[in-house]
Ligand binder design. Structure first.
Ligand code: ADP
Ligand code: F6P
Length: 320
């Protein structure tokens, strides 16, 4: 029976990470375990920035963005020396299991630590929804709603000025935020790395729509494509329609988590502790077809994620 576990958040933060930490801490305590909060991801595990947690240490956080445990990127943990330091710290404190809330990089670290005998369970937390073994990652819904509100505001001003508005949303390695916010905001064009695009064709269609009376054009660009200012300039040159570019940036990572993020974080946090309770480690928790699932970390990392090409095409086809 596992007696002591730790929990940390790692990589880019995401709204709902606090709800996951809360669920892990409260579930573990309800099962008679002791819980430590490890601050700044793997940095805290190496340096010993570790605090005991009780029921009250996670009070009043379920509605807050960010992460009370802080997060960090820790290059040292990519080395075997770093992993061994973390293992030594776990041994010193009697930590037998660890819940890691983060993305693929954090799960690679969790696999390395699992190999040294610390039971690790990963919970997908990233706004990008780019983790293959799960349909959903904590933070995705909140980030998309934030982006949607901002794009709606940009649409107002682009309509008043009869402009093209190019909006770059986050997603360094995947266009999931772009395709969904594009569909939700009625963007005329969605530019991601997953679907080929042609600025000549986009400009031509804009001019055809303009001839039929359309006044504003919202173009969503995924961060992985980038060059949004350049895309705006090219479209302006090709169409003669004034264009502006806006990069939404880190505002998409903040804010109070939506219902979906709080609930999924709660479900996955609870399940992660159930796995540790059974002495099961080296797993990643996920959601598939609305059900909670778990996979071996290496298997999870080897999976590939599909992009919703159909939604991409539909959104562009029905936009005017
Ligand atoms: P994310 O977890 O969101 O993908 P990162 O890729 O920045 O974010 O990874 C977070 C942390 O996980 C890194 O700073 C590092 O400490 C650890 N990590 C990342 N990749 C590896 C790896 N290949 N091996 C061991 N640890 C890793
Ligand atoms: O959380 C994922 C992500 O938002 C990516 O889309 C983005 O490229 C990256 O984080 C930027 O994070 P940071 O500025 O913290 O390195």
């Amino acid at each position: 029976m596992i007696k002591k576990i730790g929990v940390l958040t790692s990589g880019g933060d995401a709204p709902g990470m606090n709800a996951a930490v809360r669920a892990v801490v409260r579930t573990a305590i309800s099962k008679g375990m002791e819980v430590y909060g490890i601050r700044k991801g793997y940095v805290g595990l190496i340096t010993g920035d570790i605090i005991p947690m009780d029921e009250k240490s996670v009070s009043d956080i379920i509605h807050n963005g960010g992460t009370i445990l802080y997060t960090a990127r820790c290059p040292e943990f990519r080395t075997i020396e770093g992993v061994m330091k973390a293992k030594a710290k776990c041994d010193e404190l009697g930590i037998e299991g660890l819940v890691v809330v983060g993305g693929d990089g954090s799960f690679r670290g969790a696999a390395d630590l699992s190999a040294q005998g610390v039971l690790c369970v990963g919970i997908p937390g990233t706004i990008d929804n780019d983790i293959s073994c799960t349909d959903y990652t904590i933070g995705f819904d909140t980030a998309m709603n934030t982006a949607m509100e901002l794009i709606d505001k940009l649409r107002d001003t682009s309509q008043s000025h009869c402009r093209i508005q190019v909006v770059e949303v986050m997603g360094r390695g995947a266009g999931h935020i772009a395709v969904n916010t594009g569909a939700a905001c009625g963007a005329t064009d969605i530019i991601t790395t997953e679907v080929p695009y042609d600025l000549d064709a986009i400009a031509k269609t804009m001019l055809e729509k303009k001839a039929k009376g359309k006044q504003n054009f919202v173009v969503i660009v995924a961060e992985g494509v980038g060059h949004s200012q350049e895309i705006a300039s090219v479209l302006q040159e090709k169409t003669g329609i004034e264009a502006r570019a806006t990069i939404l940036g880190h505002v998409q990572r903040g804010g109070s988590p939506t219902v979906r993020d709080r609930v999924e974080a709660t479900r996955m946090g609870y399940y992660a502790v159930e796995l540790l309770e059974q002495g099961i480690g080296n797993r990643v928790v996920g959601i598939k077809d609305s059900k909670i699932v778990d996979y071996d970390i290496q298997e999870a990392l080897a999976m590939t994620k599909s992009y919703d090409v159909r939604l991409h095409k539909i959104a562009e086809q029905i936009a005017f």
